[in-house]
Structures are given as C-alpha cells and as structure tokens.
Ligand binder design. Structure first.
Ligand code: 5GP
Length: 128
C-alpha cells in the first residue's frame, strides 16, 4: 500500500536493476531479504550500501509495508555487514537519505555504511 506523499516505486531504478542482476555490483553480503555492495563513488575508505530486496521507496514505506521478517532481517544484515567489515572497534556511521532535503539519489530504500576514517560530527554545513 502506498504511503501518502511518497512517489510510487520505480522498478527501473538502479538498485532494482542491481537486484535483478542486470547491472554488476561488488557484493559484500546477500541473504533472503537484503543485498550489500560497495558504493560506486565511495565517500570514505569503507562505503557500503545495504538494500532490502523488496520494493520500498523510503524508510516510511519500508517500515509501514515490509513484513516483520523483512524488517528484522534487513537490520540484522546491516549490523552483520558492519561487523564483518571489522568496523565495530573503530566505529562507523549508518545513514539513510530520504527525498529532496535528504538528497536521495536512488528511490529504492537503502542505508549507507561509512567507516575507515574519522567521519567528523553529524551533518556537514549545507552548500545549497
Ligand atoms: P542516495 O543519495 O540515494 O542515498 O545514494 C545513492 C548512492 O548510490 C550514491 O552514493 C551513489 O554513489 C550510489 N550509486 C549510484 N549508482 C550506483 C551503481 O550503479 N552502483 C553502485 N554500486 N552504487 C551506485
């Protein structure tokens, strides 16, 4: 069921194409509900994306419409990937961009895992 105010899911988005195997990715982890792969334009020494396999546009869409198994499995995958990338000791950041103000580029819900250097505090000053 669509969430009010959100665009409908676009199955031609780049992560949908990666999930269908139409575009390659540098896979880090995969299970029944999630796929993790290296970002094509890394912003930190470690920059991995974790995407649910289901078709969700945003956090609101995912949290409202995904099954309990998908939600639990997805967040377990995020934690497992961070641990498997050996980021627990040094620390890391999990971030998700939503909509225009969040500068979401790909309209398939996903989280970024950044690590491998000191990431600074929170949100950088706006440039535009
Ligand atoms: P967003 O702003 O939507 O949170 O970020 C989308 C991310 O997807 C960006 O960091 C961008 O570099 C990454 N990205 C876009 N296209 C591709 C692609 O074809 N392959 C991979 N691995 N990452 C991509």
């Amino acid at each position: 069921m669509p969430v009010s105010g959100l665009p409908p899911y676009d199955p031609s988005n780049i992560f949908a194409r990666i999930l269908r195997g139409e575009i390659p990715c540098r896979k880090v982890y995969e299970d029944d509900v999630a796929l993790a792969f290296h970002d094509i334009n890394p912003q930190a020494p470690v920059h991995v994306l974790v995407v649910p396999k289901g078709q969700y546009v945003s956090m609101a869409d995912f949290s409202a419409n995904a099954s309990d198994a998908e939600i639990a499995g997805f967040w377990r995958a995020v934690g497992k990937v961070a641990k498997d990338l050996s980021l627990e000791a040094s620390g890391y950041r999990v971030l998700t961009n939503m909509g225009v103000h969040g500068h979401q580029e790909v309209p398939h819900f996903h989280v970024h895992i950044f690590g491998g250097r000191n990431l600074g505090r929170m949100v950088p000053p706006a440039k535009d």
